[in-house]
Design a protein around this ligand. Structure first.
Ligand code: GLV
Length: 309
């Protein structure tokens, strides 16, 4: 059995869990964990990475595949030292389920006024708010890809009035697709951002766009901080145009101490974990991608570096 050398670099993922999961799907695995266990870089055929250091790929002269340990490839495709090999991203059911659960939680927290009851409880106040039918709650989902699509489908399945926005039309049962961003914004009392970060979506939501939202709208950002212009969001949260925000992602992560978001009662902050990759459910795809590229075929979930996702 000839061995297949795979390099691993991540500050956020567990190399032991990934090695075990990948070996179960790829018994010929020769697992090499960066920085100390890479061995002879010329032997490495595939690299699994999350934000590797500059120059990481240069000595890997026989590299055939880069696997991004995550759904968003913005930090990878923006590099100027990317090797000319196929790039795959992860897209597994575990990740989809985690993102869907986050979005359903965050939307439902607003739709059922839980954010209000959290504050009322802190004041010791019994403040009844009559629940609204979910079919009256208008939710806009920006981005209907591998993560946005299932999240929109889950919300629609629960009975929310969901409008989805994406580059090309998408049919999702119970969801209305809309091609005009402005129209989605104007009709969304809860807006969920799940677009990939690309040159086309950087700063997508600025002061003009946030002003199109209905007064008192709620924003959920679970994609990338840079999709929303932070100064515009702060201003909108202060003016009440955006009444509430649930933010998992930020321009600078970790969110710096003293950042104004920390002190805002109308902002719920989670530390970039809306969705993470689950090795056990993703390793099969990674093994399959490695086998495919070694046969000269494209990997699964190939990234189009020019498109940016
Ligand atoms: C996490 O942010 C990811 O892109 O998977």
């Amino acid at each position: 059995m000839s061995r297949i050398a795979v390099a691993f670099h991540s500050g956020a993922d567990d190399p032991v869990a990934w090695g075990a999961a990948l070996r179960a799907a790829l018994p010929e695995l020769d697992w090499r964990v960066s920085p100390d266990g890479l061995g002879d870089p010329a032997a490495i055929q595939a690299a699994m990475v999350w934000k590797p250091p500059p120059g990481f790929f240069a000595p890997m002269t026989n590299l055939r595949l880069v696997v991004n340990l995550g759904a968003g490839v913005d930090s990878l495709v923006g590099r100027d030292d990317l090797p000319a090999v196929p790039i795959a991203r992860l897209n597994d059911q575990g990740m989809v389920q985690l993102m869907t659960s986050y979005v359903v939680f965050a939307v439902t927290r607003y739709a059922r006024d839980i954010h209000h009851f959290e504050r009322a409880q802190r004041r010791g106040a019994w403040e009844y708010r009559h629940p609204r039918a979910l079919s009256e709650v208008r939710v806009g989902v920006l981005g209907l890809g591998e993560l946005g699509g299932p999240a929109a489908a889950a919300l629609a399945g629960m009975g929310y009035a969901v409008t989805g926005w994406s580059r090309s039309p998408k049919a999702i049962p119970g969801m209305r697709w809309e091609g005009s961003l402005d129209a989605v914004l104007a009709g969304s009392e809860i807006l969920v951002a799940l677009v990939p970060l690309t040159p086309a979506t950087r700063g997508l939501l600025g002061a003009r766009e946030l002003a199109l939202l209905p007064q008192g709208a709620k924003l959920i950002n679970a994609c990338r901080g840079a999709v929303v212009q932070e100064a515009a969001l702060l201003a909108a949260l202060r003016s009440g145009r955006v009444a509430e925000a649930t933010l998992d992602v930020f321009d600078t992560e970790p969110l710096p101490t003293g950042h104004p978001f920390w002190a805002m009662e109308n902002v719920l902050i989670t530390p970039h974990l809306a969705s993470i990759t689950v090795p056990e459910s993703a390793a099969q795809d990674v093994a399959e991608s490695i086998r495919r590229v070694l046969r000269g075929e494209p990997p699964l979930h190939a990234v189009d570096a020019t498109r940016g996702y």
